[in-house]
Design a protein around this ligand. Structure first.
Ligand SMILES: *Cc1c(COP(=O)(O)O)cnc(C)c1O
Ligand SMILES: [Zn+2]
Length: 418
């Protein structure tokens, strides 16, 4: 890997003012979000498909496009999850070609959040933080806890107190400090902003947010590389704060700009659960004014952010690429989880059910034409949200350990080998 960093500044998304690469996330002049900026001309000189392909299969093969100064010290194994061709799902949904970007098997905590955390914590160490923390709907907490444990950093994770057991245990096991807040995610997040200012901790999605957010680009980079250095015609992304969607958009644009892929038409669609769909609702209304959802009511807790920080930008990414937003009910989420599992062998969490269910609607409404191709971003593992499907996928049929009972059970289902 090249030693030099190409990460030059933080830059306000609104006014373009440049800032030093510190633990700050908001422009002092207009409160615009700060984003990592790079020396693209220098990157163009060094970064080739061949160089990337020669590197280990992790998200750090795109090192020049990530916002740290030295080598990654946290999460060196994260990313490069499978891109799976899903012919049986394509047939079920009535479309020519579908691919699943399978972040249910991301390392080490089975969600796409390992991408953002490895960047945020690598940067946190460069900036000298000894305590790291986050406001989370579950997956981020799991990943901060695990990666901080491995790095020997002290961590605090703050979550709504009503999360799924798998998400709670999936943080506690690492010995982190788990704090459950009585109230929805927005209140957790507001509290974290206060704590970050007062205690000087590195909150991965508050004061370290510009670094954290860039990690999501690697999902887009990998999709393009795994398709043979081509952009997918359609990409469907589920949205919580909307950050992942905007960063996949940024990733595709960076690859075009650097000549790593040819310029081609691409469209990005966003998906939410109807019980908390501030971004899709604003999009469907034709506005970019995202109205907060005060009291999210959905089984899709990982996406239940009522005041999405990047909602405005996600709407612009969808519009700019000709995309659409959809939302789906909790029953449709469960159907989506089951359909994905039954046709691909991939067990996704509720957020994945949202992506599948909304993709179905986008195909049925013609927003994704049936003769085209789409990539579905499946962002977390189903073992973490088992509550959502308990009692909805049948029960084992229980018998005694006797051949007679077995044969009585399957008599109508199978024929004997003669
Ligand atoms: C965090 C998360 C997302 C997307 O989050 P954004 O805030 O929109 O970047 C998607 N799926 C899962 C499972 C998540 O945990
Ligand atoms: Zn600004």
């Amino acid at each position: 890997m090249s030693k030099k960093t190409y990460f030059s500044n933080l830059k306000c998304r609104e006014c373009g003012r440049l800032y030093e690469k510190e633990a700050i996330h908001i422009c002092e002049f207009d409160f615009g979000p700060l984003e990592a900026a790079y020396d693209y001309d220098a990157i163009r000189e060094v970064l080739t498909r061949k160089l990337i392909e020669s590197r280990p299969q992790t998200m750090w093969r795109y090192r020049e496009l990530l916002p740290i100064d030295g080598e990654p010290t946290v999460g060196a194994q994260v990313g490069f999850t499978p891109l799976v061709k899903a012919d049986r799902l394509a047939k079920a949904l009535g479309i020519r070609e579908l691919w699943i970007k399978n972040d249910t098997v991301n390392y080490p905590t089975l969600s796409f959040k390992d991408r953002v955390v490895s960047v945020a914590l690598s940067r946190a160490r460069e900036l000298g933080f000894e305590v790291v923390a986050c406001a989370s709907t579950g997956n981020l907490a799991n990943s901060v806890a695990a990666n901080a444990a491995n790095a020997g950093l002290k961590s605090y994770v703050l979550i709504p107190s009503n999360l799924e057991q798998g998400k709670v245990l999936g943080s506690l096991v690492y010995g982190t400090n788990v704090i459950g807040i009585k109230g929805p995610y927005d209140q957790v997040n507001r509290l974290c902003s206060e704590i970050a200012g007062k205690y000087g901790w590195g909150f991965v999605n508050v004061n370290l947010r510009p670094y954290y957010a860039e990690g999501s680009k690697t999902m887009g980079f990998e999709i393009a590389e795994q398709l043979g250095w081509k952009l997918p015609r359609h990409t469907v992304v589920c949205m919580a704060s909307g950050s992942l969607l905007t960063k996949i958009h940024k990733a595709y644009k960076e690859f075009i700009n650097l000549g790593l892929v040819e310029k081609s038409e691409f469209t990005i669609h966003g998906a939410q659960a109807s019980g908390c769909s501030p971004i899709s609702t604003a999009f469907k209304r034709g506005t970019d004014m995202v109205k907060p959802v005060q009291d999210p009511q959905t089984i899709v807790k990982s996406l239940a952010i009522g005041t999405p920080a990047d909602g405005y930008y996600a709407i612009h990414s969808m519009r700019e690429t000709g995309g659409s937003a959809e939302d789906c009910t909790d029953d449709e989420v469960v159907d989506g989880i089951k359909l994905l599992a039954e046709t691909t062998g991939i067990f996704a969490e509720t957020a994945g059910g949202v992506t599948v269910a909304c993709t179905r609607k986008l195909i049925e409404s013609g927003k994704i034409p049936r003769d085209e191709s789409a990539v579905l971003c499946i962002t977390g593992h189903g073992l973490k949200t088992q509550e959502a499907i308990i009692g909805k996928v049948g029960e084992p049929r229980i018998i005694g350990a006797s051949l007679r009972e077995f044969e009585a059970l399957v008599a109508d289902e199978v024929t004997l080998k003669s």
